[in-house]
Design a protein. Structure first.
Length: 203
């Protein structure tokens, strides 16, 4: 084949690649906004579940900066691969602060990442937790989403919580899911990350 043939093939391939790139870019732009809106709506639904008394959820630069500080400090805590993604103040219709809604996560769950929304009242009492992301084993780790497990957090007022296999959890303890202690610990440490933000970080 002559050089001209190679050049022609290369040019055709370049044009195909260029067109494909434009098409993929266009598809991404078309689907980007709906995906972002769906995610935002799902997150807002979770915030309302963990803090139904709140009329709105607000944040500011200081709270956002506190998230970065929190994540740096969490590296030296004993909570594993945890972090805080974002933090909002839960306010009533008059704008009075009721507490906080924190999105936190742990990378130590049985199937990797678990991400939750945690509602925490002004006095430090956990209002509730809701799952945003978990992909653990059905019948085992996924039991974390069931009320029997997740409702244990509501009403707890400690700076951190631990998991127990005894089935008789104390004030600062959460009963582990039978056969899924790893998931139970990951969820609890994600909650601990949220508690750390509220109790230990200046915002």
């Amino acid at each position: 084949m002559k050089n001209g043939g190679y050049m022609k093939d290369a040019l055709i391939l370049f044009v195909i690649t260029l067109i494909s790139g434009f098409l993929l870019g266009g598809a991404y732009q078309i689907t980007k906004d709906p995906i972002e809106k769906a995610t935002e709506a799902a997150n807002m639904a979770a915030y309302k579940k963990v803090f139904p008394e709140a009329a709105d959820f607000t944040s500011d630069d200081k709270m956002e900066a506190a998230v970065e500080t929190c994540n740096t400090e969490l590296l030296s805590q004993n909570f594993g691969k945890v972090g805080v993604e974002n933090a909002f103040q839960a306010v009533d219709a008059s704008g009075t602060a009721q507490g906080y809604v924190i999105t936190s996560y742990s990378g130590d769950s049985y199937s990797g990442l678990v991400k939750i929304s945690v509602g925490i009242k002004e006095d430090g009492t956990i209002n509730g937790i809701e799952f945003l992301e978990i992909s653990d084993t059905p019948g085992l780790g996924l039991k974390a989403k069931e009320p029997a497990f997740k409702d244990q957090y509501a009403g707890k007022n400690k700076e951190s919580l631990t998991v127990t296999k005894s089935g008789n959890a104390g004030d600062g303890e959460i009963n582990a899911i039978s056969g899924a202690t790893i998931t139970s610990s990951a969820v609890t440490n994600a909650v601990n990350a949220a508690l750390y933000y509220v109790h230990s970080i200046d915002r």
